[in-house]
Design a protein around this ligand. Sequence first.
Ligand code: HEC
Ligand code: HEC
Ligand code: HEC
Length: 441
Amino acid sequence: MQFCAFPNTFAAGLFVAALSVTVAVPMASPHAQEESAASGVESAPPVAPVDPIIEKGKYLATIGNCVSCHTHKDEPKFGGGVPFHVVGGPFSEPFGTIYSTNISPDPETGIGGWTEEEFSHAMRKGVAANGSHLYPAFPYTAFSKITEEDMSAIYAYIMSLAPVKHTPPENDMPFPFNVRLGLFFWNLLFADDEIFQPDPEQSDEWNRGAYLTEGLGHCSACHTPRTFFLAEDKSQALSGGTYFDVVEEGKIRKWSAVNLTSSDTGLGKWPEADIANYLRTGHSFKAGTFGPMNEVIINSTQHLTAEDAKAIAVYLKSLPPIERNTEQTLSEEASARGLAVYDEHCEECHLQSGRGGFLKAPPVSGSAIVQAPDASSLINVILYGADVPDEGPAPFGAWEDMGAFGDKLSDEEVADLANYLRTAWENKGGRVTVEDVAKQR
Ligand code: HEC
Ligand code: HEC
Ligand code: HEC
């Protein structure tokens, strides 16, 4: 978090806004379920015509991943109650919890009584039908880019679903962060509510990719670093962010979302096809999914059409490189210590070259995870293993899960290993300390 992103002259006026720095950064529920279906008219003879607007709305809602954030574990779809752990401002650890709302069309506990205008207003401005201001854990700052036509389709789809009667738990936020009015000032200063404007200089494909990435896909909610006031730092857009989410059942730790720009430590060396494949199948020659991306892929991006996945890849590849990594020089001794751990525990699958193997594992040389500006996800994958989802396409058909090394390696060994990985081959990444590792335990 960088305080310096704000000129001092702003500081006084920002005091009230500072009180509202309660931006919970997304923490998606681990077991969001795929739905059963829209209308539930099963035996309607001969074939009930599918409303194309509702179908379209369903696809768009899937790309927006409403389900991950609004469906708690095995509870009914869109009933709300998914917890979001709030960090921000001077707090580096979560200090409160808010719960997502019921967005099923139930008139009492959900949004069944909302008009399309009220729905659209909430999606674009973060203001509920009763006028109260919503926390930006709800990515309305991205959803504001959705076109009128697409917004209508999403509304039609949600209203076509079965109502769910469910009241999510009360938020648990300390004063003054529980005062929603503060969010009014936050919005005034930081929220951007413009509908996506296509760039006439770019191709239709690029524009489609930009629309999906910046709007419905809300990739920036996790992949863009935030300022002290927890607004996304636009000058470093998509260059890698951090937030809190589960590492294993009941345990919340920091995660880092990688640099998605064309920097060598980001997606610079990923061909378009590898980006598209990763989004649609969870795997490519460059990476395999684990951690928070599991849910993004299972609930959302695996359903992208081939054209839309390619459009996102085209857009991401066009992003100019932003390099935030500092280089470190590792002493020969330290490097040898890290290499010894690598040889004993990792080499079998990721190989001496670090390039991984087709039926074994993705590469660690050139990996965006290994080189992320913040090493939390690298430390997490070592301590907790790579939990590959059971559903969805099988990882390269055959590779064996990567187990957890938390019990096998000490904090010193994990730090040595991480520093080795962040300097070996052509990798470039800043220092990982023993304390960094201890925090992720
Ligand atoms: C990253 C998580 C996340 C995603 C993705 C998300 N939401 Fe939400 N949404 C939330 C949270 C959290 C709230 C509650 C905010 C609050 O109480 O201040 C919310 C609130 C809302 C509200 C206001 C409801 C009310 O009763 O006040 C609507 C409407 C809504 N979301 C619709 C959607 C739709 C439609 C999608 C998919 C296109 C979606 N959301 C995707 C997290 C999310
Ligand atoms: C809920 C937060 C969240 C959202 C939303 C999100 N990501 Fe991620 N992403 C992460 C995290 C955390 C990682 C690193 C750990 C992991 O793979 O889970 C990551 C990793 C990645 C990787 C690198 C995979 C690797 O192993 O090298 C790519 C590529 C990626 N995300 C693309 C996207 C795109 C494109 C979008 C938008 C469609 C997106 N992400 C949306 C959190 C998110
Ligand atoms: C049994 C084989 C195996 C071993 C041993 C192993 N891994 Fe992995 N590793 C994998 C697989 C498979 C994945 C991809 C997970 C998936 O399917 O999505 C992976 C993923 C990773 C990733 C994420 C790569 C990316 O960009 O997505 C990193 C980093 C990593 N491993 C580091 C290590 C380290 C460090 C060690 C040693 C402590 C190690 N692995 C040991 C199989 C292994």
